[in-house]
Design a protein. Sequence first.
Length: 146
Amino acid sequence: MDKKKVLEALNLDLEHEMSAMIRYLHHSFIVTGPLRGTLVNMFRTKARESMDHAITLGEKITALGGHPSVKIQEIYEPGDQTIEEMLEENLECERKHLDMYEKQLNLVQDNTPLRLMFEQVIVEETAHIEDLEMYLRDSNKKMAKV
């Protein structure tokens, strides 16, 4: 295992999780309409899950002798968004995160604890994607009926 490459990958992951946490919180602040309560809860739950991932990553970076990044990946602030646009933005970001984690999994194949950590995050990211897809699917059905 190339420890330097693994630490770089983990710090990149940490920066993505920190930005996801901020994006989800922001969406929980600006969402409006009759589904606000449900969506605020969902967005804040996702923010907490991103924070949990960030904590896991930061602790692992430190355990491996690295220094956790305090940077975040750039977040685009589009201004007013519809619920669908928020959900689609989060879905796109979750798909990018999943792709990133799956590619990085190759870096840690020979380290069982790291491999299992990555695999668990991949499972959770996949669940996030499926959850967002279901929100969008229901949203699109409701829009078609209007």
